[in-house]
Design a protein around this ligand. Structure first.
Ligand code: DGT
Ligand code: CA
Ligand code: CA
Length: 571
C-alpha cells in the first residue's frame, strides 16, 4: 500500500514539533517543517518515486538526509527518529503548539511544571489560576490561551480540505480498484469544497455490498472500524479522519448523491419545494405518489424540480435556489481561467526558491505572468526588503524578463504600519507594477482603529491589492477585529482589489465575505502567496473558495491578459 505524501508530511511536521519542544537547533526544526510543507503540496507521489528508484535529492528542497528519511518511511511506514522522540516526550504536546501564544518553550515549561499533555489539562490549570505560578504567564496571555483552546476545540474535530484531499482521493482510488464497484463518489462537504470537512461521505454502487464493505474496512490506513452495517459502514483512519461508506442502488444514484452532498440546509429547501408540489423527495428519488419521477441522475433531480443544475460549491442555502429561479445563477470561475499568480515570494525574503525558479515553475503551469511580491522591511523576521534591496531585485527581474517566456511583474507585499501608512515611500511604490498591502502585526487594535488603519492605507494611490484581508488562520487564529463591510466598500471606492489568499490554512477572504464583496461589485485576485515552487499548486484551493463565494471569471484580475491587468493596476 502506498504511503501518501500527506502522511509523510504529517510525520515530518510532528517530528519538527517535538524537536522544537525539546529545544533542538532551530535550523533542524525548520528543515523538517519546510520539508513537510513542500511534500504536502507536491504533485508527484513520493512513494512511487522511491519505488521507481528516482533520486529524491533532485526534487526542490530535498537534501540527502531528508531523501533517506523519506525512503525509510516509504519502505517501513515509520520514521525511527520520530518513534524515539515519542519515547522522550508524550504525544499530545504538539496540539498545544497550535494554540496562539504558546511557543515551544512555553509548552515545554508547562509540561515540566504541571505535566500538561492535552488541551484539557491546559484549560484546567489556566482556569484554576495555577498557571500564574509560571514566570511570564500573565492575565493577557492566559486569556489568549483560553481563547485559543476554544478555537482549537471547535476546529479540532474538523480537517482542512487539503489534509483530507489525499485521503479522499486514495480511498476513492482504492474502491475503484475493486471489481464489484460500479460507481464511487465522495459527497458531503468535501464535494462542496468546504475549507474544512468533518468527515468524508463516500457513496458506492456495488454488485455485492457485503464484499465491498469487507474490502472497505480493510483499507490499510484504517485505525478502527466503527460500524459495519446493511447499507453503511464507518471507519476511522490513522489520522482520526472518519469515513462513511454508503451503498446506493444504481437507480437512485443521483438522488443519493444529491442528498449526501448536502448541505442539509440546501436539501431542506428543495424538500419544501417538492412538498409544495405534493411530491416526496429523499435519497431514493422524487416521488409523485408511488411513482418515482427522478433519481437516477443528479441533474435529473434538479431538472424535475424545475431548477438549473446547481454546482456543489453553491449548495449552502445562501440564495442559490432563488438565483436559479431568477436566472441569476453565476457562471463560476474555473481553474483554467487563471493566467497568472500575483502573490509570490522569493529567496530575497522568506521564500525558498529564486525568482527564476518560481518563474520557470509558473511558466510550466502555463501562466503568462507572475508578480514577485516579497515582504517589506518592517517584517524583519522575513528579511523584508528595504529601498536598496528592492532596486537590486528590480535589476534581476528586468534581466529575467529579457531571458524568459513569462512576464515577471515587480511587486511588493508592503506592511501596513500601525498608523495606516505604508512601510515604503511613494517614490518606490510608484516604480512597482503591483503593490499588495497587508497587516502583519498589531492584530489587537480595536475594531474601529483596525478598520481606520486599513482604509487609510488603501487610500494610498499605489495600493493595489489587500492581501489576506482578515488575517485568520484556520484552526489557529481568528480574524482580527475589523469591519469588513466598511473595508469592502472602501476597497471598491478606492479601486483596490481584494485577495482571496489560496493558502489552505488561510483561504482569506472566506466564502461568505467573498460573496458579500462579489455582490458589492468588488474585484478579486486569487493568489497563492507561494514561498516555494510546490505551493503554486495552492491555486486550486483559492479557486474552490472563490467558487463558494459565487465569484465569476470577470470578477478576478488574474484571469485578464497582461495588458488589461496593467490597466487595472494603474488605479
Ligand atoms: P461536515 O461533514 O460536517 O463537514 O459536513 P457535511 O455536509 O458533509 O455533513 P454530514 O457528513 O453530516 O452529512 C453529509 C450530508 O448528508 C449532508 O451534507 C446532507 C446530508 N444530511 C445529513 N443529515 C441530514 C438531515 O438530517 N437532513 C437532510 N436533508 N440531509 C442530511
Ligand atoms: Ca461529511
Ligand atoms: Ca458523515
Amino acid at each position: 500500500m502506498a504511503v501518501l505524501n500527506g502522511e509523510i508530511a504529517e510525520i515530518f511536521s510532528k517530528t519538527a514539533d517535538l524537536l522544537e519542544i525539546k529545544g533542538e537547533n532551530p535550523f533542524k526544526v525548520r528543515a523538517y517543517r519546510n520539508a513537510a510543507r513542500i511534500i504536502q503540496n507536491m504533485g508527484r507521489s513520493l512513494d512511487s518515486l522511491v519505488k521507481e528508484g528516482f533520486d529524491l535529492t533532485r526534487l526542490p528542497g530535498i537534501g540527502s538526509d531528508l531523501a533517506s528519511y523519506i525512503e525509510e518511511i516509504v519502505r517501513t511506514g515509520k520514521f525511527s527518529k520520530l518513534e524515539s522522540l515519542k519515547k522522550e516526550l508524550p504525544e499530545g504536546l504538539e496540539e498545544l503548539l497550535a494554540i496562539e501564544g504558546l511557543g515551544p518553550k512555553r509548552v515545554r515549561e508547562l509540561y515540566e511544571a504541571f505535566h500538561i499533555t492535552s488541551l484539557k489539562d491546559l484549560a484546567n490549570i489556566a482556569q484554576s489560576g495555577e498557571i500564574y505560578k509560571l514566570k511570564g504567564f500573565g492575565p493577557k496571555l492566559v486569556e489568549k490561551i483560553l481563547k485559543g483552546i476554544t478555537l482549537a476545540k471547535k476546529s479540532g474535530r474538523r480537517f482542512r480540505f487539503d489534509i483530507a484531499k489525499p485521503y479522499a482521493e486514495d480511498i476513492k482510488n482504492y474502491l475503484q480498484n475493486f471489481s464489484g464497484v460500479l460507481k464511487v463518489e465522495v459527497a458531503g462537504s468535501y464535494r462542496r469544497r468546504k475549507e474544512s470537512v468533518g468527515d468524508l461521505d463516500i457513496l458506492v454502487v456495488a454488485k455485492n455490498w457485503d464484499e465491498v464493505s469487507d474490502y472497505f474496512v480493510k483499507y490499510p490506513k484504517v485505525k478502527e472500524v466503527v460500524s459495519k452495517g446493511e447499507t453503511r459502514s464507518t471507519v476511522i483512519l490513522n489520522n482520526d479522519l472518519q469515513v462513511d461508506l454508503r451503498s446506493v442502488a444504481m437507480e437512485s444514484y443521483g438522488s443519493a448523491l444529491h442528498y449526501f452532498t448536502g448541505s442539509k440546509a440546501h436539501n431542506i429547501k428543495i424538500r419544501k419545494m417538492a412538498i409544495d408540489r405534493g411530491w416526496k423527495i429523499n435519497e431514493y428519488g422524487i416521488f409523485d405518489g408511488d411513482k418515482k419521477i427522478a433519481g437516477e441522475s443528479e441533474s435529473g433531480m434538479y431538472e424535475t424540480m424545475g431548477l438549473c443544475f446547481i454546482e456543489p460549491e453553491l449548495r449552502e442555502d445562501r440564495g442559490e435556489i432563488e438565483a436559479c429561479l431568477e436566472g441569476k445563477l453565476p457562471k463560476l470561475i474555473e481553474r483554467g481561467d487563471i493566467k497568472g499568480d500575483l502573490h509570490i515570494h522569493s529567496n530575497y525574503t522568506d521564500g525558498k526558491a529564486s525568482i527564476k525558479e518560481m518563474a520557470l515553475a509558473a511558466l510550466d503551469m502555463g501562466y503568462e505572468y507572475i508578480a514577485i511580491t516579497d515582504h517589506s522591511k518592517h517584517l524583519t523576521v522575513a528579511k523584508g526588503l528595504d529601498e536598496e534591496r528592492i532596486l537590486k531585485q528590480f535589476e534581476e527581474i528586468e534581466r529575467l524578463n529579457k531571458e524568459l517566456d513569462i512576464v515577471i511583474l515587480k511587486g511588493i507585499e508592503c506592511d501596513i504600519l500601525e498608523d495606516g501608512s505604508l512601510d515604503l515611500p511613494d517614490s518606490i511604490l510608484e516604480r512597482l507594477d503591483i503593490v499588495l498591502g497587508a497587516v502583519h502585526f498589531k492584530f489587537n487594535l480595536s475594531k474601529s482603529e483596525q478598520t481606520k488603519r486599513v482604509i487609510k492605507a488603501m487610500k494610498n494611490p499605489y495600493f493595489n491589492v489587500l492581501a489576506h484581508p482578515t488575517g485568520r488562520v484556520i484552526g489557529h487564529r481568528n480574524a482580527y477585529e475589523i469591519d469588513m463591510d466598511e473595508i469592502i466598500k472602501a476597497a471598491k471606492g478606492e479601486g483596490v482589489v481584494l485577495e482571496i489568499n489560496a493558502q489552505p490554512e488561510r483561504l482569506d477572504l472566506n466564502d461568505v465575505l467573498a460573496k458579500t464583496a462579489k455582490e458589492n461589485g468588488n474585484l478579486f485576485a486569487i493568489s497563492t502567496d507561494s514561498h516555494d515552487v510546490e505551493s503554486l499548486n495552492f491555486m486550486e484551493y483559492g479557486i474552490n473558495q472563490a467558487r463558494r463565494g459565487w465569484v465569476e471569471k470577470e470578477d478576478v484580475i488574474n484571469t485578464l491578459s497582461l495588458r488589461e491587468l496593467k490597466s487595472v493596476l494603474k488605479r
